[in-house]
Write a protein that binds this ligand. Structure first.
Ligand code: ADP
Ligand code: NA
Length: 335
């Protein structure tokens, strides 16, 4: 079994990113029992398919790497690297461009969504991005790829490319590529703004009080939870009682996600409590969870050399795993 997954580099990481995305990777790593079974990469090459600011991309990539390590991705067990440091990704993409059909790419709904009305003005990279995604996983003989609903079509394409390449250029008993199976990531919590329960917690929200940042110290966490918008009613003991109370539901959801329990469990324990009592309990749980993460996160961001070393080591391991497959692909094509 080999799991390969990429994440877009984003900066200003917050509790929503942790509970909704990063924690799933840590779980995947912890569920596999052999070193090197999970490859996690920062999709910095994908990021240039859209307009971007170079300094910002560089900062976001480092921040995401630091957050992953701080949250529990162990660079000794998982292979953690930047896509841009493994040239085999764009190399294999070029080889696969010979197999991918224009008609297949024309059917990709994400290109239509992301290019919008300005199709002619979109980058060529945005159009061929799914071929790079195919290279990302085929390069490592991935057997399993975690995909959300929006990525199912791209994984299907990766399988089609692998199958056509094997058919056209390899013998049946020695295929060049493994066809990867999709796996559904565990259902992740959706965390809402602390100031408005109808909006998701986001780095683009201008109010800093609307989110808990991974870099926040305990006093800041306490202050933000204390000021979080709520209503005067005590917590109900049943979920139905939260139906029209998005801010209350959000705080209970955060509590449940942090304590690895369900909203029902939290209400069973805290039903009847007012926010004067529930907020300090939530803040305590948050501080307990985030203290080690933010300490490690800030330390890594302050020690660029250590972070660079982690990523360089990951890239070296990735290049090593990729080499035989890349060589077979060249050779199969007569190159
Ligand atoms: P933002 O909305 O702050 O710009 P991104 O779009 O960069 O966050 O998201 C990065 C990852 O974090 C994605 O996998 C996304 O699903 C997850 N994520 C972002 N915000 C939340 C949230 N409020 N709740 C749950 N998951 C989230
Ligand atoms: Na976003």
């Amino acid at each position: 079994m080999r799991v390969v997954s990429g994440i877009q580099p984003t900066g200003n990481l917050h509790l929503g990113n942790y509970l909704g995305a990063i924690r799933n990777w840590v779980r995947m790593q912890d569920e596999t029992d052999e070193d090197g079974q999970c490859l996690f990469f920062l999709a910095d090459l994908h990021a240039i398919s859209m307009p971007h600011e170079p300094a910002e991309l560089c900062r976001a990539t480092l921040e995401m790497a630091a957050a992953l390590v701080a949250c529990g991705i162990d660079p000794d067990r998982s292979v953690l690297f930047n896509q841009a440091q493994v040239p085999a990704h764009p190399e294999l993409q070029w080889l696969l461009n010979g197999t991918a059909r224009i008609g297949w790419l024309n059917r990709m709904t994400q290109f239509k969504d992301k290019s919008g009305k300005n199709r002619e003005g979109a980058s060529a990279a945005l159009f061929t991005y799914p071929v790079l995604q195919a290279a990302d996983v085929l390069l490592y003989q991935a057997t399993h790829v975690p995909v959300g609903e929006d990525q199912k079509q791209h994984l299907e394409l990766a399988r089609d490319i692998a199958q056509k390449f094997n058919n056209d250029f390899a013998s049946e008993d020695a295929p060049v590529f493994t066809l990867p199976e999709p796996i559904s990531p565990p259902q992740a919590a959706r965390i809402m703004s602390l100031r408005d329960g109808s909006k998701k917690m986001s780095k683009s929200d201008p109010s800093e009080m609307s989110r808990i940042d991974l870099a926040d110290d305990p006093d800041t966490v306490l202050k933000k939870i204390k000021k979080a918008k709520t209503d005067p009613e005590p917590l109900p003991s049943e979920v139905e009682g939260l139906a029209q109370r998005p801010e209350a539901l959000n705080l209970v959801t955060i509590y449940a996600a942090l304590s690895e329990s369900t909203v029902e469990d939290v209400l069973r324990d805290h039903g009847g409590a007012g926010f004067g009592a529930f907020k300090p309990a939530l803040a305590e749980l948050l501080v307990e969870t985030l203290r080690p993460i933010s300490t490690r996160f800030n330390a890594l961001l302050d020690d660029r050399e250590a972070l660079d070393a982690i990523l360089a080591r990951g890239a070296a391991r990735a290049r090593e795993i990729a080499a035989p497959t890349l060589a077979s692909a060249y050779s199969a094509l007569g190159l």
